[in-house]
Design a protein around this ligand. Structure first.
Ligand code: NAP
Ligand code: 3JM
Length: 349
């Protein structure tokens, strides 16, 4: 085989355009690419390694002769079309929440649970962006000391809600600075009843609210973390906040370790060499992770590691990562690279 025939579903989107970029940079052998989107974007021309690629309307037969399909066009599109892709022999890496919690569907962050790939049945789920960077930062510490409890507060960039949300932040900020009126139409959740100002105004709502008062994003962080770490007893809770930042999520994470013996220096030393992590933790020299420095990078930046003053074996850290790269496009392409390396890029019989 010369390489894989790769389809990108949602190729025109905030995540899809980064998927294309990650595929361009990847060592994955690629024979051809196909860009799929809705009827609205059919005919639009995008690039792959300098060559023109015409965007096609997504239909079930789009997946004939495709080996790998990266999905990022919303949960509804994945529910309808991902099974069609698998049926036609394509391995699917799905960026939406459609199949993440399904039994038998691996939910994978390669630095944490690559082994889960061995059990795939054609579809692998990519976790939520805010979950991914947190587990990348915590897993190396968990491996040494065990992990009992996690309390996270997120500060999430608007690009997690797609291209229209990025546009809304820009237009609304400009309007307010110009002293003009602006009617929000996208954030906090495009399909919800009310829309609120995001410019200069953090919003404690990401995705819709559940009956228990948690937002669905918070629900995702709790349940996805337990599944990825294969520990249903792990105590996790989250508060998810949308902030007026275009790209890169920041998270304040409090965690309690199971074993005694950790201190800040030991945790720093573990994270210094951890895969996918860049330690930026030097408060005396004002070194700590920042969203503007994480944009465009594949790593998770970790700093501000402090011991809880009141509770044993408990610490704080602060982590930042590009939500569209490690949080979405890079994690998906990384999964594809690992499937290739492990000889798993096929739909099992
Ligand atoms: P976006 O910028 O709004 O882009 C949406 C993409 O989906 C566009 O390419 C759009 O094509 C396509 N699309 C929409 N409806 C479609 C349909 N009926 N058939 C085919 N294509 C359709 O959104 P985004 O930020 O890229 O996010 C896309 C999806 O990725 C999200 O809905 C979410 O499920 C997932 N996501 C996951 C993470 C994560 O944490 N892992 C993060 C962000 C997003 P057109 O150009 O034709 O409209
Ligand atoms: C991030 O189905 C949709 O409308 C997409 C909603 C969405 C999701 C999701 O649930 O797949 C927007 C942004 C995510 C995600 O990664 O969970």
């Amino acid at each position: 085989m010369d390489g894989y025939n790769v389809a990108v579903v949602g190729a025109t989107g905030a995540v899809g355009t980064r998927m294309i970029q990650m595929l361009e940079e990847s060592k994955l052998p690629i024979a051809s690419v196909k860009y799929l989107a809705s009827k609205r974007s059919a005919g639009k021309v995008l690039k792959f390694k300098g060559a023109d690629v015409v965007v096609e309307e997504l239909v079930p037969d789009s997946f004939n002769n495709i080996n790998l399909a990266l999905f990022s066009a919303g949960g509804g599109v994945s529910k309808k079309f991902a099974p069609e892709a698998v049926k036609r022999g394509a391995v699917v890496v799905d960026n939406t929440s459609a199949f993440r919690m399904e039994e038998g569907v691996p939910l994978v962050v390669p630095e944490v649970n690559e082994d889960a790939l061995y059990k795939h049945k054609g579809l692998i789920a990519n976790p939520n962006c805010s979950t991914i960077q947190m587990v990348v930062a915590l897993e190396p510490l968990r491996e040494v000391y065990g992990l009992k409890k996690v309390i996270v507060t997120t500060m999430q960039a608007v690009s997690g809600a797609g291209n229209r949300a990025i546009q809304e932040l820009h237009d609304e900020t400009q309007a307010i600075l110009n002293g003009e009126e602006y009617e929000p139409q996208v954030l906090p959740v495009s399909g919800d009843k009310k829309h609120y100002q995001i410019a200069f105004n953090p919003l404690a709502q990401i995705d819709v609210f559940e009956d228990d008062g948690y937002s669905h994003e918070e629900w995702k962080m709790i349940h996805e973390t337990k599944k990825i770490m294969a520990d249903q007893d792990l105590q996790v809770t989250a508060t998810c906040v949308r902030v007026p930042v275009a790209v890169a999520h920041s998270e304040a994470v409090w965690f309690e370790l199971e074993k005694d013996g950790a201190d800040v220096a030991k945790l720093q030393s573990i994270l210094k060499t951890a895969p996918g992590v860049v330690l930026q933790d030097d408060p005396k020299n004002q070194i700590y992770p920042q969203a503007v420095n994480a944009e465009g990078k594949k790593d998770t930046f970790v700093g501000r590691i402090r011991a809880d003053k009141e509770q044993a074996n408990s610490f704080h850290l602060y982590c930042v990562s590009d939500n569209l790269l490690k949080g979405a496009a890079w994690n998906s392409v990384q999964i594809a690279e690992r499937l290739h390396a492990l000889n798993l890029m096929r739909v099992p019989d």
